[in-house]
Design a protein around this ligand. Structure first.
Ligand code: MLT
Length: 259
């Protein structure tokens, strides 16, 4: 089971795509705070433990196709798709490859650009280390850097929860996701061409995909920009109610569009 049903309901479903190196659980608090009665589902993307024995060649396109397959299996023809960081890369690839499935897009603490050569090399090094050592150790330090300065200083339990979820991941999946992200192209043009409603969400303390980049992302798509106070890259975990409100607003905008 890769597509987890958080809530059954009526209307346009909301499909949530997680960041790296996490899984669908990063959306639990957002789902709990979502108003309305539309269906809410969250995907476990390729690279998470359920796929460890059955992974295609690493690519974000393969992840997007896995989302399309899971949506078809769940009987979902069209959804509001929200992707956090790596999930945002997948959401843009889904929009490119399966445009009819995407009614609206939420891009949460993410970007549309490809990696610079140094970032790509670093990903491939981490992938090799995780695989060679059969360990998640190379991504363990991320539990501290993914959250913002305020969360780090005042709510250590949030970082501890992320650290636990990272320990649950599998080294082969970590390596797969890093290689997939390293190979992704720039998809700014996909976003610029998308005609549905778009919301860009960013934590004001996001050090990995900072607010200045989110402003540029939002400008590409004439998107609604939501800057979440006291949150880093993990705004969806650090301030879930703010992220839930932004997603609920997007679902409403999608529902008022002609289908
Ligand atoms: C994530 O949160 O998904 C990662 O920061 C994505 C990335 O490594 O680019």
């Amino acid at each position: 089971m890769t597509l987890h049903v958080f809530r059954e309901g009526e209307g346009v479903p909301l499909v949530l795509l997680h960041g790296f190196p996490l899984d669908h659980r990063m959306w639990l608090a957002v789902a709990a705070g979502l108003p309305g009665d539309h269906p809410v589902l969250a995907m476990d993307l390729p690279g998470t433990p359920g796929y460890a024995d059955d992974l295609p060649e690493p690519s974000i396109e393969a992840s997007a196709d896995a989302v399309a397959t899971a949506m078809a299996e769940a009987g979902i023809g069209r959804a509001v798709v929200a992707g956090m960081s790596m999930g945002g890369y997948v959401a843009l690839a889904l929009t490119e490859r399966h445009p009819d499935l995407v009614a609206a897009l939420a891009l949460v603490d993410t970007k549309s650009t490809a990696d610079a050569p140094e970032a790509r090399a670093n990903r491939l090094r981490i992938a090799d280390e995780a695989e060679r050592g059969d360990t998640v150790a190379p991504v363990r330090p991320m539990s501290g850097t993914l959250v913002g300065a305020t969360t780090r200083a005042t709510r250590p339990a949030v970082g501890a929860q992320i650290a636990e979820w990272i320990e649950d991941q599998v080294p082969a999946g970590i390596a797969w996701s890093q290689r997939a992200m390293a190979a992704r192209p720039d998809r700014g043009d996909v976003l610029a061409r998308f005609t549905g409603p778009v919301t860009v969400v960013v934590g004001d303390e996001d050090e990995l995909t900072p607010p200045a980049g989110a402003e540029q992302l939002a400008a590409l798509a004439h998107a609604r920009l939501v800057v979440v106070p006291h949150a880093g890259h993990m705004a969806a975990i650090e301030q879930p109610d703010d992220v839930a409100a932004a997603l609920a607003d997007l679902v409403q905008r999608a529902e008022s569009q002609p289908s």
